[in-house]
Design a protein around this ligand. Structure first.
Ligand SMILES: C[C@H](O)CC(=O)C(=O)O
Length: 268
């Protein structure tokens, strides 16, 4: 393994450990393959610490997001079970650096996806159910000063995720036309639609399944996949309370500690 990959991984791990953002790692990385090599190094460290992988997040799934990062494809990062926040729970202050909230379709697999190339039908057959989800993206890199290689190396800027609790079979939801609304304490702050995700959220899963087989780490039964943001991301501040609703899937909520009002559970 190249020394500069190790240096990039060490920089990111130090940011996690210290809770202080680091400088970008692009000076240590030469292209997207190198960036995934750094992501893998960090992931290996976490696996050695016995963190349990729970699936993947897909990022940069809209034309606007890809344009902003100069990317020609989405990217992906690893979800760990300890990143999951219960629906309606509060994220303690000081545990994230600069969180951004996104509403997404999550799917949970009941079969492995191990073909060299997958179709949407393969993904549908492998999916147990869909859930509404909030992804809380975060960056270990100062001020979100990111290029594509920075975010890939930094686990696709994964932070936390919240899953709704009512599983919906794919046959019962039109994920392409599903409208999405995020509200912050009742005020609408982001809207979108399933078609924003490469035309359909399941298209992003096809991309992920093919890509992960190519890298020897296929999606497995039991994995949760966050399929990508359905609309613009929203910066989260201490005290914010968010609710995301996705047509056909239902709603999911999260709060950020530090506010003066009553906690989410007390409001209900
Ligand atoms: C920079 C992040 O990967 C954004 C993200 O999570 C997404 O596009 O989705």
């Amino acid at each position: 393994m190249k020394d500069n990959h190790q240096a990039a991984a060490a920089r990111l791990l130090e940011a996690y450990a210290s809770g202080r953002p680091c400088e970008p790692v692009r000076d240590l990385i030469d292209g997207v393959d190198d960036a995934y090599a750094v992501q893998n190094l960090v992931t290996e460290r976490w696996l050695a610490q016995r963190r349990r992988p729970a699936g993947r997040k897909i990022g940069l799934t809209s034309v606007a997001a890809q344009r902003r990062f100069g990317a020609a494809s989405p990217d992906s990062g690893v979800l760990f079970a300890d990143m999951a926040v219960p629906d309606g729970a509060e994220i303690p202050a000081g545990t994230l650096l600069r969180p951004l909230v996104e509403a997404e379709v999550a799917i949970v697999l009941e079969r492995d996806l191990t073909y060299e190339r997958h179709t949407v039908a393969d993904v549908i057959r492998a999916t147990a159910f869909a859930l509404p989800a909030i992804e809380i993206a975060d960056s270990r890199i100062r001020d979100w000063d990111l290029t594509f290689t920075d975010t890939v190396a930094d686990n696709a800027s994964a932070g936390r995720y919240v899953l709704g609790t009512r599983p919906v079979p794919l046959r019962d939801a039109d994920l392409r036309m599903a409208g999405m609304v995020i509200e912050r304490r009742g005020e609408q702050v982001s809207t979108g639609i399933g078609a924003n995700c490469l035309g359909h959220p399941l298209h992003t899963v096809v991309w992920l399944a093919d890509t992960l087989v190519g890298s020897g780490q296929p999606l497995r039964a039991g994995d949760t996949v966050l399929t990508g943001a359905l609309g613009p991301v929203v910066p989260a501040e201490a005290g914010d309370v968010f609710e995301a609703r996705i047509d056909g899937l239902g709603d999911v909520r999260v709060a950020f500690a530090g506010h003066e009002g009553p906690a989410l559970e007390e409001e209900a």
